[in-house]
Ligand binder design. Structure first.
Ligand code: ASP
Length: 347
């Protein structure tokens, strides 16, 4: 052997020593388990001038309550699935959002509720549509997931299933609110479209990553004001309004449902994240939302990833939203650009 180089046996010995040294090192700054939660209460054409301080405070208070309920579960080591259900039930029970109590009216003057839920561990999923007598449709969707062989039940059949599983029959009047009734009356009187009366849409959703690395997503809505003919949007459709896969992300969407169905928004984001290359989560979510916009649709999404990110992307002036993470992020926002925190926990 010439020069000062090592011969092969010496080189092997050196490598073995380096490997041994690395293995016996104490783990560098053991990473604490991460969790993250994002929620939305609908996206749409929100007019900042129409938002009084009282109205803003009321929305922010209910968003914060939902965020706190979910993040408490996650911070204490609970399951992503439990966290999203806790957050969504609070928003379904609030008359401010278009889900559960406060749902929009159909053309025929009824409230027809849609919801879906998905577990990222095994991609088990449940969904219901056109339900009129179940107080918390997200819990019924979850019961379809856990206690039936099916994924998607609609209308009367879904209500019969609910009764068979012990759900109380909620009187339809429970869901009705004067503001939503007025929106339907205006739509009919002025021959407007659902988009003209709904300056926001108001669907609710939540996505979470728990400390065990599991993710879950859920979405609940009354749909669009004046909907007819059994119209169903993206919210209860797995792959369009809701998707969760531990290998990629959890997504919940809100907006003009027909476009979200055509793009398959929630699944599309997760699919692109699985093969992301150098693109960041925000870039991918923005690109999918740009695709929705190119077709003529609007709305937004919330996304969490196994890395602990909690991302918003919307192409409307506002989206009622909130996020909390193990890195100390905790915020609610309404209009575009109001976030104070960085989207990723490491920054
Ligand atoms: N995406 C819902 C639907 O089309 C509406 C919404 O998000 O507000 O039914």
């Amino acid at each position: 052997m010439s020069g000062g180089g090592l011969d092969l046996p010496a080189m092997k010995k050196l490598l073995a020593l380096v490997a041994l040294a690395l293995m016996s090192q104490p783990a560098l700054a053991e990473e604490a388990p991460k969790w993250s939660l994002a929620i939305h209460g609908g996206a749409g054409t929100l007019d900042p001038k129409a938002m009084t301080p009282e109205k803003r405070a009321a929305y922010e208070a209910d968003l914060q309550r939902a965020l706190d309920a979910g993040s408490k579960i996650l911070a204490e080591g609970g399951a992503a699935m439990d966290a999203i259900k806790a957050a969504i039930v609070i928003m379904e029970d609030s008359p401010l959002f278009n889900a559960g109590k406060g749902a929009v009216f159909t053309w025929d003057g009824t409230n027809e509720l849609d919801a879906s839920i998905m577990d990222g561990r095994d991609r088990s999923a449940g969904a219901v549509a056109g339900v009129k007598t179940v107080k918390n449709p997200i819990l019924l969707a979850d019961t379809v997931r856990t206690r039936s062989e099916h994924v998607f039940l609609v209308g009367k059949g879904a209500e019969e299933f609910a009764v068979s599983k012990g759900f109380a029959v909620t009187p339809p009047e429970y869901f009705a609110t004067p503001a939503r009734r007025e929106a339907l009356e205006r739509l009919k009187a002025e021959k407007l479209s659902a988009l003209d009366v709904d300056y926001k849409f108001g669907t609710v959703g939540a996505v979470a990553l728990d400390q065990s690395g599991n993710m879950a997503a859920g979405t609940s809505t009354g749909g669009m004001t004046g909907k007819r003919w059994g119209r169903v949007g993206d919210a209860p459709m797995i792959g369009a309004g809701t998707y969760a896969d531990n290998r990629a992300c959890a997504v919940s969407a809100t907006g003009w449902g027909e476009y979200f169905i055509r793009v398959g928004v929630a699944h599309e984001i997760c699919a692109q994240l699985k093969t992301r290359g150098i693109l960041g989560t925000q870039d991918i979510a923005d690109a999918v939302m740009a695709d929705v916009k190119d077709l003529g649709g609007d709305g937004g999404v919330i996304v969490v990833t196994p890395q602990g990110e909690a991302i918003f992307s919307f192409n409307t002036t506002g989206m009622y939203r909130g996020r909390a993470t193990s890195a100390g992020v905790n915020e609610v926002a309404i209009f575009g650009g109001e976030e104070k925190a960085s989207a990723t926990p490491d920054h």
